[in-house]
Design a protein around this ligand. Sequence first.
Ligand SMILES: *[C@@H]1O[C@H](CO)[C@@H](O)[C@H](O)[C@H]1NC(C)=O
Ligand SMILES: *[C@@H]1O[C@H](CO)[C@@H](O)[C@H](O)[C@H]1NC(C)=O
Ligand SMILES: *[C@@H]1O[C@H](CO)[C@@H](O)[C@H](O)[C@H]1NC(C)=O
Ligand SMILES: *[C@@H]1O[C@H](CO)[C@@H](O)[C@H](O)[C@H]1NC(C)=O
Length: 719
Amino acid sequence: MIILTSILPMLLSFVWVNNSTLLVCTIPFSRGAPPKKPLVPAGPKILSNEQKDTIQARTYQDLLKDEYDESLFEYYATSQLVLVSLDGTEKLVGPPAIYTSLDPSPDEKYILITSIHRPYSFIVPCGRFPKKVDVWTADGKFVRELCDLPLAEDIPITHNSVRRGMRSIDWRADKPSTLVWVETQDDGDAKVEVSPRDIVYTQPAELLASEQPAVLHKLDLRYGGISWCDDSLALIYESWYKTRKIRTWVISPGSKNLNPRILFDRSSEDVYSDPGSPMLRRTPAGTYVIATMRKEGDQGTYLLLNGSGATPQGNIPFLDLFDLNTGNKERIWESDKEKYYETVVALMSDQTEGELYVDQLKVLTSKESKTENTQYFILSWPGKKACQITNFPHPYPQLSSLKKEMIRYERKDGVQLTATLYLPPDYDPARDGPLPCLVWSYPGEFKSKDAAGQVRGSPNEFAGIGPTSPLLWLARRFAILSGPTIPIIGEGNEEANDRYVEQLVGSAEAAVEEVIGRGVAHRSKIAIGGHSYGAFMTANLLAHAPHLFCCGIARSGAYNRTLTPFGFQNEDRTLWEATSTYVEMSPFMSANKIKKPILLIHGEEDNNSGTLTMQSDRFFNALKGHGALCRLVILPFESHGYAARESVLHVLWETDRWLQKYCVPNSSDASENLDAHKDDASIGTVDADSKAVSAAGGVPEWADDKIDIFPSPCRSSLW
Ligand SMILES: *[C@@H]1O[C@H](CO)[C@@H](O)[C@H](O)[C@H]1NC(C)=O
Ligand SMILES: *[C@@H]1O[C@H](CO)[C@@H](O)[C@H](O)[C@H]1NC(C)=O
Ligand SMILES: *[C@@H]1O[C@H](CO)[C@@H](O)[C@H](O)[C@H]1NC(C)=O
Ligand SMILES: *[C@@H]1O[C@H](CO)[C@@H](O)[C@H](O)[C@H]1NC(C)=O
């Protein structure tokens, strides 16, 4: 009882050590009162780099700021571990410390214990603080220290750079208590050329620290995980971002000669060639290992590969029986492609009692169509008999007859693009004419044009509508172009972002021409929106392609790239290495070109790297300084996504008001407003803020309200 009231859930709370014992993080008895903020600082705040280290860090948020923060962090994060049995006995184990992970071995004999300690850092998050990993017995006795890594402030920002020393420390899923970990050979710096780059080690837990660990495998790319099966089989993954190379090795971990060979070697962005991943099964110890299959009257051992089955017609998920020795594949199941989209969720057959035969296979699947929501089924071999086990109601019957189509079109430079076009129920373009349209997207980076042009997703997927989904505007009779691909491609040695604006505008132009060509959207009534990197896209499009969109909605974005000087998204050059790219990509620098109405929304407590709330504040001021029609909405208590009911409803209300005001009305009215606005600006008396608020003020005139899923103007007790 005492324990339950003093669990310390700040970093972690408890684990089951075995069937009858918990290891619990509790508040130390000796904790006392929280540290008090000194009325007067003890002295100036000092950051020093007198050792002249080169330390580049992404723009992290919510970092420790000063010594007082450090003492608060220590106060709230320190816990005392207690072993608690179901019979109520408690045993304090180990010293109070900042424990960050407790991981019992599969045989329940040992526990891997990770803790962090001083010196902390003011420039990187706590995951990079000095980190100690120990092995203890399950009853709380220290066995040995595996490592005590120093503070890792200096991990380079280049993709695939990692922390030095032991990392990815874990238990072998197929052994009682064998440790496995990786150590980099390039000093953690992806720019250093070495071979091998990573070495994978294993060692039984009970071995003394003085004994040398065994080298399991050496990799030239960056380690990406292992799927274990048994001593004769494990798969090791490695990849490299710059080249998009991704490789799978097969090894026999128990033999003297591991016989490593490459099983798959492909480009991670080539979805059409993805062979799928091996299905795993749960062991009695609760770990997951590769499920191997047998066939009646056949000596072969097969993997069951579960693939998303990307094709130019969309994803057709499959299960392949894969012969490890010959590489032959037999497709034993694939999703219906005419109407349904079905995926394999889990293996239901258990292998613990003897071999798993294909004829006895049972899998859990989820199945949906454009208009039928997901239901779960059990498929049983032979015959693949399907038994439906759920009957969830349709989540939004009002929109159940919406129209959804996956469309393909081409960018000026020949790159194939795709998007999903949604149209309201009962809409007929011939009868009803073009609609106002909301385009919602998020750009992606690619190494090759072909990969960028590949179709991702399935036309038969159910149109799920989240709380702030643009699809809600189908209820307002908008056409929605969802996720039109905006590939930013850098082939060969070219950096994708060096032609960001050109490719962004080219992709958007093609999308706009496509919806107009299909007769579903009105040229002057197309709005653009996005979240995070999609907000950055939105602002850039309004600045660089003002002819395409009538207004924009930019949520939780970053606009001034010089505020993220050590990289952002997939850009890993610094501001000083790619100055013009940073400047040209920053809509902040083009704020003077934005003449279309733009709605900025941001969580006041955004903690996502790079997208500081200040980004929207400053951008708004920049827009206002040029007389742009803009509005800034800061949501109290919200982080990078919006959670509170009040915030979600308010975001919907703001968005709807913006669209009704600047997208639905007759376009010449809207452009008149803007022109008037510009004139005002030229005489230097305009206050964009009050103008925007008054322009947008009052209750909007709703379109014909068939479906009442929109909140009325939301004035919660919060604001
Ligand atoms: C199988 O692949 C699908 C993608 O088609 C994925 O969503 C699913 O999680 C995978 N299932 C398992 C059990 O790995
Ligand atoms: C944009 O970022 C740069 C560099 O971090 C900074 O000097 C400048 O003040 C920023 N602009 C605004 C308005 O925040
Ligand atoms: C940011 O905050 C959310 C909750 O507001 C939390 O779930 C998430 O872990 C935080 N992320 C970081 C990087 O601190
Ligand atoms: C748009 O508004 C202008 C001026 O108010 C008017 O002349 C024009 O007929 C309107 N167009 C449509 C399609 O309603």
